[in-house]
Write a protein that binds this ligand. Structure first.
Ligand SMILES: Cc1ncc(C[n+]2csc(CCOP(=O)(O)OP(=O)(O)O)c2C)c(N)n1
Ligand SMILES: [Mg+2]
Length: 358
């Protein structure tokens, strides 16, 4: 039950080059980079659409945190269930949500996942095993714990995973979910995205102990992972999933990263020291994965160009898509008749096809 520390944030260039390939094939390592590039590119384009007035509400991104959602989601099987938060776009992409539908969601168009019925980042495609995001933080922890409880009661070999921020650790729901998960030993993975700030509150005003220690307090495994290393995130989550499936109960993964932009588009984050941002820029997760793959002879520039073309096409398609009709606004808000169960999502990690599980 000891708290393990996997690796501190940062890392030397030598470590970056050798990486954590373990259960990852070259195609997987490229997939991880592609997911992060797509996330960054889509969010950058969406921010510009927001500035053009095409995205209603505000806009939230996960710039610099791409490895947290990409690495963790990549370790999840089709039948697992995900509760995805506002800075975790790569998880939606890995589960199989097409970029065009994401742009449509941001712009409130009919083709978006909620077709304009909910905030631009409050979505989840239930057909792909993702629960629509509950905005009250961190209620997704309770939802994930509840789903995991159902898996346990039914004797199913699958798990649930949710992300949440450092700010969530101060809420009662965090402790309720952690306690129940620990007592019942349910197959759930909690990914605490410690990005140093909750809106303008820095972590030294958020908690007096390292939050990973809560896992020990609630009787299960906790570990700290370099959240800017996508392969380390994958490996920690892969092991947490195995533990969950083998009856070992929950895992708390503290992914240490940095919120590189303001809380949302309207926030100039003048309360964040510039040096801190610059320091973290040196640990950019995309740069790190690119370096590894270039060293292996991968055509990273070609990959970048194809991702960029995919984003152009997706944005254009979404912009040409229709707005939802006002008459349909109230449809599909409440369940009518029998609820359809969540579907299975994509699970591109080659290990699932190869039966590469411990
Ligand atoms: C219960 C609750 N209070 C306030 C909010 C408004 N809110 C949305 S995101 C956010 C900051 C959350 O910080 P953190 O948990 O660290 O996640 P981050 O945004 O840094 O990823 C706040 C205060 C909310 N959604 N739910
Ligand atoms: Mg935070």
């Amino acid at each position: 039950m000891a708290t393990e520390t996997a690796e501190p944030a940062g890392g030397t260039t030598a470590e970056n080059a050798t990486a954590h390939p373990g259960h990852l094939q070259l195609e997987d390592r490229i997939w991880l980079l592609r997911a992060m590039l797509l996330m960054r590119g889509i969010e950058e384009r969406a921010m510009s659409l927001y500035r053009q007035g095409k995205v209603p509400g505000s806009f939230y991104d996960g710039y610099g945190q791409e490895a947290v959602s990409a690495g963790a989601a990549f370790a999840m099987a089709s039948e697992d269930r995900l509760c995805i938060l506002h800075r975790d776009l790569a998880a939606h992409l890995i589960r199989g949500v097409e970029p065009q539908r994401i742009f449509a969601q941001y712009m409130g168009r009919a083709d978006g996942i909620t077709a304009g019925r909910d905030g631009n980042v409050h979505f989840g495609d239930w057909r792909l095993g993702c629960v629509g995001m509950v905005s009250m933080l961190p209620d997704m922890m309770l939802v994930a714990t509840g789903m995991a409880m159902a898996f346990k009661l039914r004797g199913e070999r699958r798990c649930a995973l949710t992300w949440f921020g450092d700010g969530s650790t101060s809420r009662g729901d965090f402790h309720e979910a952690m306690n129940w998960a620990g007592v019942q030993k349910v197959p759930v993975v909690f990914v605490l995205e410690n990005n140093q700030y909750a809106y303008s509150t820095p972590v030294d005003k958020q908690f007096a102990v390292d939050p990973v220690e809560h896992a020990t307090a609630y009787g299960f495994t906790g570990l700290t992972v370099d959240g800017n290393d996508v392969e380390a995130m994958f490996e920690a989550t892969r092991q947490a999933r195995e533990r969950a499936l083998d009856g070992g109960g929950p895992t708390l993964i503290e992914a240490v990263t940095m919120r590189m932009h303001g809380h949302a588009a309207h926030d100039d984050m003048k309360y964040v020291p510039k040096e801190l941002v610059e320091e973290w820029r040196q640990r950019d997760p995309i740069d790190r994965q690119e370096k590894r793959l270039r060293a292996l002879g991968v055509d990273v520039d070609g990959l970048r160009a194809s991702v960029s073309a995919e984003i152009d096409a997706a944005a254009a398609e979404a912009l040409a898509g229709p707005m939802p009709s006002p008459e349909g606004a109230a449809l599909g808000v409440f369940c009518e008749g029998e609820a359809e169960p969540l579907g299975d999502g994509h699970a591109p990690w080659s290990g699932f096809a190869a039966g590469d599980v411990d």
